[in-house]
Design a protein around this ligand. Structure first.
Ligand SMILES: Nc1nc2c(ncn2[C@@H]2O[C@H](COP(=O)(O)OP(=O)(O)O)[C@@H](O)[C@H]2O)c(=O)[nH]1
Ligand SMILES: [Mg+2]
Length: 341
């Protein structure tokens, strides 16, 4: 029986997809449950929503019990977590506000942002989490911030292109990160192949001490300011390898290039699934790390799916449409996969 879901239901589901906190998620799920058409065809879906609500409640209670509320821990949401980092007044909060719909404080005096604040950035068919953070200073970073940085999937180093200290700040920031043992990935920017990694960097993206390499990008903002072009030209000459995108929130300059750069640097692929004999669901892709296989996709859908998996067919990267592939077939961005059990 078809579910015949209503526009109200889809709106609530969209709110759920965008929800960041546990409270917001529960609220959206309750709304979904309230507006879902009540008939046999939606029984399973109703059950699934109820289960998700009770799981989130448990999660919330556990957090409350342990009393472990840590404002510097930002729960991951969406297809990847991007943590912005930079000196005061460089335009971090403005950037997060322009790229997402998050309400962040923007002011021309420093230290307006006291704790990390997340928002979701729509990118084509996925949402990417952008985390605004309190600033670095020449003396160091606020306690707690280091964990936020290390926990991210991608660091976005923000510099004020209009400031005469632009180059200095960038160099200081890179040194501070090295000092704090935040190890930036060489050849960042997402165009890297396995073989391009440095000798001391093994295949799991760890260094010899087991520290994770963090992919990073640099965003130079305020390109509308007079000295910005000259400042960035100098940086590009001195550091030709730097994965740098220059933008301006004023006038919306090159924000789309930054969105693209962020997506590529996250090194993820979007996979659409289809049921046998049905058209694919092209609305909500599954997101895998680049290099992810059919088996990874099956795991993502359900933990014991891989056991039941007989074969898979792929449209997109396969030699021909609907080609039957093995479990270790590496999927490409925007592949459509049919999993047969
Ligand atoms: N001209 C110009 N000013 C900007 C731009 N982005 C931010 N600002 C201004 O820079 C100041 C600091 O911005 P904010 O986002 O609070 O910086 P944060 O401290 O790094 O979060 C504010 O006065 C913003 O209006 C930009 O692209 N162009
Ligand atoms: Mg700020």
């Amino acid at each position: 029986m078809p579910a015949n879901l209503t526009p109200q239901y889809h709106a609530a589901e969209e709110a759920y997809r965008r929800a960041v906190t546990i409270e917001e998620k529960i609220e959206a799920l309750q709304e979904m449950l309230a507006v879902i058409p009540k008939h046999k065809g939606t029984d399973r879906l109703q059950g699934d929503i109820k289960r998700r609500i009770s799981k989130l409640r448990e999660e919330g209670q556990k957090k409350a019990r342990t009393g472990g509320y840590n404002p510097f821990h930002v729960e991951k949401q969406g297809a990847g977590q991007v943590v912005l980092v930079g000196y005061p007044n460089t335009g971090k909060s403005s950037l997060v506000a322009a790229l997402t719909r998050a309400k962040v404080k923007i002011a021309d005096y420093p230290f307006t942002t006291a704790i990390p604040t997340a928002g979701m950035m729509p990118y084509e068919d996925i949402l990417i989490q952008m985390v605004d953070t309190p600033p670095l200073t020449p003396e160091g970073m606020p306690p707690g911030l280091l964990n936020t940085l290390r926990g991210g999937d991608l660091l976005l180093l923000v510099v004020d292109a209009g400031s005469p200290d632009c180059l200095e700040q960038l160099e200081e920031m890179l040194s501070l990160l090295i000092l704090k043992k935040v190890i930036l990935e060489k050849n960042s920017g997402g165009r890297m192949e396995q073989g391009d990694r440095g000798e001391d960097e093994d295949r799991q993206g760890m260094d010899l001490f087991g520290r994770r390499y963090l992919p990073y990008l640099v965003a130079a903002t305020k390109m509308d300011l007079p000295e910005s072009t000259e400042n960035i030209k100098i940086i590009r000459e001195l550091m030709p390898e730097l994965p740098l995108t220059s933008v301006s929130v004023e006038g919306n300059v090159a924000l789309d290039s930054l969105r693209d750069a962020v997506f590529h640097a996250l090194q993820i692929v979007r996979i659409f699934t289809k049921a046998p004999g049905k058209p694919p669901d092209m609305e909500t892709p599954f997101v895998l790390k680049k290099g992810g296989t059919v088996l990874d996709l099956a795991y993502n859908i359900h933990r014991d799916f891989p056991n039941r998996l007989k074969n898979a067919r792929v449209w997109g990267s396969a030699r021909f449409d609907g080609q039957i592939v093995s479990r270790d077939y590496i999927l490409e961005d925007r592949d459509i996969v049919e999993l047969n059990v």
